[in-house]
Design a protein around this ligand. Structure first.
Ligand code: ADP
Ligand code: MG
Length: 454
C-alpha cells in the first residue's frame, strides 16, 4: 500500500488538483511540497516541506485532507485517515526543534537525555572516581575547566550514564543552556543522509544544529573516528568551531585518543589539553554497592547472598550485572510468595553465569593459565625468583587474581608463596600503570582473561 502510494504520488496529487479544480498557484504552494512520510495503522502521514508553522499545517489539513482521503479511497478502495506533519529532516532526534510561532517554547529540549541517569544514582568507586569528579566539575562549570572532557573505558562501565548525568545536571541548573547529547550513530547518519541528499539545506541544518549548542556530548566516538571520512571531517569542524567558541564538549570512547591512528595531531593535542579520564573495571565492593543501590531503587527485596553471587561472577560489565538482577526480580514478581534461594537464583541466571566458569575462577587456575602462556611453571610464579621472565608473569597473575576473584591482598599474597600484601599491592599497581601505556600488555591481559574463562 505504502509503496503504491509513493510510486503514484505525483499522479494522486494531479488527480486531486483536477477533480477539485485547484488553481495552479494553490497547487504549487501547498500540494507540490507534500511528501509521503509513513503509513501506520491506517493513518497516512504526509510531510509538508514548505512553510512549517502550525498555521500552515492547520490550513492544509482543513483545506486538503478530505480531498486526499477521497481520492486515495477511490484509487485503492481503502479509507485512510490523513495527517499532515511539518518537515522532519534527516536523522532529526528531536533535540533541536524548529522554532514555532509561540515565543516561549525553547528551541532546545532534552528529549533524548535519559532522566534516569543522574549523579545521584551513580556509585563512585576507585574505578570511576576520576571520571565522576571530572564530570561533576564539567557539569558545574561547562566550557571552563576541562574542555573537552574525554571519558573512555570498556562497554557497560558507565560512560553513557555519566554523559546523561552531566546533561541532566546542566539542564536542571541552567534551563537556558543548549545541551545536545547524541550517539555517534545519530551524528553519522545525519551527515551521511545530508551528503546523500546533496542538499545544501540539509548540510546547513546540520551545521546549525551542532554548532549552535553550548554543550555538545557525543557518545562512542570510536564509531566516528574509526570510520566514515565525511563524518570525520564534519566532526573535526564541529569540534573546532565549538572549542574555539569556548563551548563545552564531552566525548566518550572505548579507547583513549592516542590509540586512534586517524586522529590528526592538532586534534590529539587539543584532546590532551582537555581532560582524559578512564573508567576501569569495578572492584568487588563497587559491584556490590551498585547492585545494592539498584535493588533498593527499584524496590527489589533480595538477599545479599544472591547479590554476592552476581557480583562475584559478573565482573566486567555492569549492564550484565543489572540484567542478572532484573532477571531475578522478574522471577520473583511472576512467582509471588516463592522465596528466592541461592540455588533458585543460580538456575535462573544460567544465561548470565555459566556454572562451569563459576568453578574455574580460582587463583590456582589463573596461575596455571598465566604460567602456561609464558612457558614457565606455576611453581615459578609462586617461587621467590625475581628474574624478568618470572616477575612480569607473576605481576600479571596478581593483577588477574585481583580483578577476577574476591581474594583480598593478604589472601593473594598467601597463594603466591606467602608474599606480603604490600608486594601484592605493588604488583597490581604496576600492571595497572603499565597497561595505560602499553597496548601490547592490554592485549595480553585480554587474551589471558579469555583463556581463563574459556
Ligand atoms: P557504557 O556507556 O560505558 O557502555 P552505561 O553507562 O550504559 O555503560 O552503563 C551500563 C549500565 O550500568 C547502566 O544501566 C548504568 O546505569 C549502569 N552503571 C554503570 N556504572 C554505574 C555506577 N557507577 N553506578 C550505578 N550504575 C552504573
Ligand atoms: Mg554507552
Amino acid at each position: 500500500m505504502l509503496s503504491y502510494l509513493k510510486d503514484n504520488w505525483q499522479a494522486i496529487k494531479e488527480k486531486v488538483r483536477d477533480e477539485y479544480d485547484i488553481s495552479s498557484l494553490l497547487f504549487d504552494t501547498w500540494i507540490v511540497p507534500m511528501e509521503i512520510y509513513d503509513l501506520k495503522n491506517n493513518e497516512l502521514r504526509i510531510m509538508f516541506t514548505g512553510e512549517s508553522s502550525d498555521w500552515a499545517i492547520n490550513y492544509i489539513e482543513k483545506k486538503f485532507s478530505l480531498q486526499f482521503q477521497l481520492t486515495i479511497e477511490e484509487l485503492t478502495k481503502q479509507t485512510l485517515s490523513i495527517k499532515f506533519i511539518p518537515e522532519i529532516k534527516a536523522g532529526d532526534t528531536g533535540v533541536f526543534q524548529r522554532p514555532d510561532n509561540s515565543q516561549n517554547t525553547p528551541v532546545y529540549h532534552v528529549s533524548n537525555i535519559d532522566p534516569k541517569f543522574t549523579f545521584d544514582n551513580f556509585v563512585v568507586g576507585a574505578n570511576n572516581q576520576m571520571a565522576h569528579a571530572a564530570s561533576i566539575s564539567v557539569a558545574e562549570n561547562p566550557g571552563r575547566e576541562y574542555n573537552p572532557l574525554f571519558i573512555y573505558g570498556g562497554s557497560g562501565l558507565g560512560k553513557t550514564h555519566l554523559m546523561h548525568a552531566i546533561a541532566n545536571f546542566i539542564y536542571k541548573n541552567r534551563p537556558n543552556a543548549k545541551v545536545l547529547y547524541v550517539t555517534s550513530e545519530v551524528f553519522m547518519n545525519e551527515v551521511i543522509e545530508a551528503m546523500r541528499n546533496r542538499n545544501s539545506d540539509s548540510m546547513s541544518y546540520i551545521k546549525n544544529k551542532y554548532r549552535s549548542v553550548d554543550i555538545l556530548l557525543i557518545d562512542d566516538i570510536q564509531m566516528i573516528i574509526g570510520r566514515a571520512e565525511q563524518t570525520l571531517v564534519e566532526f573535526f569542524n564541529t569540534f573546532n568551531h565549538l572549542y574555539e567558541n569556548g563551548k563545552q564538549i564531552v566525548l566518550s570512547s572505548d579507547k583513549p585518543p592516542r590509540e586512534f591512528s586517524q586522529l590528526e595531531d592538532r586534534l590529539l593535542s587539543r584532546f590532551e589539553r582537555g581532560l582524559i579520564v578512564d573508567i576501569a573495571l569495578p572492584d568487588y565492593e563497587t559491584r556490590m554497592a551498585i547492585l545494592r543501590k539498584k535493588a533498593d531503587n527499584d524496590g527489589y527485596i533480595i538477599d545479599n547472598e544472591i547479590l554476592h553471587y552476581i557480583a562475584t561472577n559478573i565482573k566486567s560489565n555492569i549492564r550484565s550485572m543489572e540484567g542478572a538482577l532484573s532477571k531475578i526480580s522478574s522471577y520473583s514478581k511472576l512467582n509471588p510468595g516463592t522465596k528466592i534461594t541461592l540455588e533458585l537464583a543460580k538456575q535462573n541466571l544460567k544465561d548470565y553465569i555459566d556454572p562451569e566458569n563459576e568453578k574455574k575462577l580460582t587463583p590456582e587456575n589463573i596461575i596455571n593459565v598465566v604460567a602456561d602462556y609464558y612457558g614457565i611453571r606455576p611453581e615459578d610464579i609462586r617461587s621467590s625468583k625475581s628474574t624478568k621472565e618470572i616477575s612480569l608473569p607473576r605481576q600479571i597473575a596478581i593483577y588477574l587474581i585481583r580483578i577476577m576473584t574476591d581474594d583480598t591482598l593478604i589472601e593473594v599474597g598467601n597463594i603466591l608463596g606467602n608474599r606480603h600484601y604490600s608486594t601484592v599491592k605493588y604488583g597490581f599497581e604496576c600492571i595497572t600503570e603499565k597497561m595505560k601505556e602499553s597496548d601490547e600488555l592490554k592485549t595480553t591481559i585480554e587474551i589471558l582473561k579469555k583463556k581463563i574463562l574459556a
